[in-house]
Design a protein around this ligand. Structure first.
Ligand SMILES: Cc1ncc(COP(=O)(O)O)c(C=O)c1O
Length: 478
């Protein structure tokens, strides 16, 4: 390159910064990853060390990398370009767009350095990983060719029998023939919605509600009516009654036992009334019970399905919160919609993965599932208590936190002036993921709320991250 061309070209450090920015944008250099040493970069690109330093200072100004003392430069844990979308969405609050926020949350959760308060996912330390994987190997050996073959719907009979036994303890009388195994609770919910809620129909949901459900509803083109939900007793039945009088509903979707994100537990009497109110109008209740086994007290709460006399309760659950989210094993007891759901299963995933089903069946039958559950319930109860106390101690005055009797998520209501989306961005920059309140409503409400997962073992790292979050909440007022 001659001198005149060089003069009109951007400075060398700028060119280098642009090249590295491109690598970050294209995901070659990933968020949280250390960029190789300045000396190596200068050698690789054939530029001086001074030029390299200038390039990195510019990348830092552009928010793409951050310097960490004695460790060098790291790609900032900013996510894909969709990172800015939530701010835009705030201007168009009526559009249901939880999908984008959900993808970001999962992207963040995958980063190894991230404190994963954002996902309601049990940390591996809480799972019986070794035992379960050992059982998987054993059943694989025993199953031979069956293990690599399709296990067509309704899925493993052994597993369905074990599910029936457990449902009995929760008050529901089921038969193995009434159950279909699924790829996690997500598929169970999807099948139920596809069976009863056509595009354009309206489904009642708790508010706030689990964003995965909102995402599914969004994809199905189903409209949502939000029913106020009490942090202790769940869906407000009087509010639901009013809605029932004014508009036709295709279904009601609820998590009566340890809802997500509130952790609310409907008293038995409310569960009975909910089932009856809907039955009077022949409206199906899709009951999501993924947290039901994780009660902190001694008693396993009863299922709403217990009160189902007309086959209108479609009970969904999975082993994702209690055993292994990655095994992707769930199930549905769809009541009178059994045949329809079974047919739909063929078009969504054909069959559930055979070996994970068998391993879980073995764990339930002979693996000490109850013993494991007793231990893990106590751990979650303690985590929830400690994390709740820490949040109350270090968040801005006026902050309120739920006090769930089961599960492992906390809903944190901060003073109105704190913007959860701003806090979310700032927390990510400190390697802390949280779930901002607007994810839990189709109208992007709950702007001053966040959900915090307590699914990881308590320790100094968790405590410090909560303290950092509290500090950030103090400065995230709009
Ligand atoms: C209330 C609720 N239902 C369903 C699911 C999905 O469960 P799975 O991982 O089994 O698909 C989740 C996951 O977070 C959840 O919180």
């Amino acid at each position: 390159m001659d001198a005149s061309t060089r003069e009109s070209a951007p400075p060398l450090y700028q060119e280098l910064a642009d090249k590295i920015a491109l690598l970050i944008e294209q995901g070659v250099l990933r968020p949280g990853e250390r960029v190789s040493s300045l000396r190596k970069v200068s050698l690789q690109y054939g530029v001086s060390l001074t030029t390299t330093i200038q390039a990195f200072l510019q990348l830092e100004d552009r928010g793409l990398v951050e310097a960490r003392p004695k460790s060098g430069f790291f790609v900032r844990p900013r996510l894909s370009p969709s990172a800015l979308r939530p701010v835009k969405l705030r201007r168009a609050p009526s559009v249901v767009t939880v999908g984008a926020l959900q993808s970001r949350l999962f992207e963040a959760a995958m980063l190894p350095q991230m404190m994963p308060f954002g996902g309601a996912v049990p940390a591996v330390e809480m799972l019986p990983m070794e035992k379960l994987n050992r059982l998987l190997a054993q059943v694989a050996r025993r199953a031979g060719s069956r293990g690599v073959s399709y296990d067509m719907p309704p899925g493993s009979e052994t597993l369905r029998r074990e599910i029936v036994k457990r449902a009995m303890h929760a008050g529901a009388t089921l038969l193995p023939e009434e159950i279909i195994t699924t790829c996690g609770g997500t598929e169970a919910l999807l099948l139920c919605l596809r069976a009863v809620a056509p595009r354009g129909s309206v489904v009642a949901v708790e508010s706030p509600t689990y964003f995965g459900m909102l995402h599914t509803l969004e994809e199905l083109g189903v409209k949502v009516v939000e029913i106020p939900t009490d942090p202790q007793t769940g869906m407000d039945l009087r509010a639901l009654e009013k809605i029932l009088k004014t508009r036709p509903l295709a279904a009601c979707l609820a998590v009566p036992t340890f809802s997500n994100p509130l952790g609310s537990l409907m008293p038995d009497e409310n569960k009975r009334r909910l089932v009856q109110m809907l039955a009077q109008r022949d409206i199906p209740l899709i009951e999501d019970d993924v947290f039901g086994e994780l009660h902190h007290g001694l008693q396993r709460p009863r299922l709403a399905k217990t009160f189902d006399e007309k086959g209108l309760v479609m009970l969904c659950s999975s082993f994702s919160k209690s055993l292994a989210p990655g095994y992707r094993v769930g199930w549905v007891a769809p009541g009178r919609f059994y045949e329809r759901v079974k047919t739909l299963k063929l078009t969504t995933s054909l069959a559930t993965a055979t070996l994970p089903e068998l391993a879980i069946a073995e764990f339930l039958a002979n693996g000490g599932y109850d013993h494991y559950l007793r231990g893990v319930r106590a751990k979650y109860a303690l985590n929830v208590k400690r994390m709740r106390e820490t949040i109350l101690a270090c968040f801005p005055a006026g902050t309120q936190v739920t006090n769930p009797q089961g599960g492992f998520v906390l809903w944190v209501e901060m003073p109105d002036a704190v913007d959860a989306l701003v806090l979310h961005e700032r927390a990510l920059a400190h390697d802390i993921s949280i779930a901002p309140g607007p994810m839990f409503s189709p109208h992007q409400g709950y702007r001053h709320c966040i959900r915090v997962s307590c699914g990881m073992p308590w320790g100094p790292r968790v405590q410090k991250a909560l303290q950092t979050l509290g500090r950030l909440a103090h400065s995230a007022s709009s």
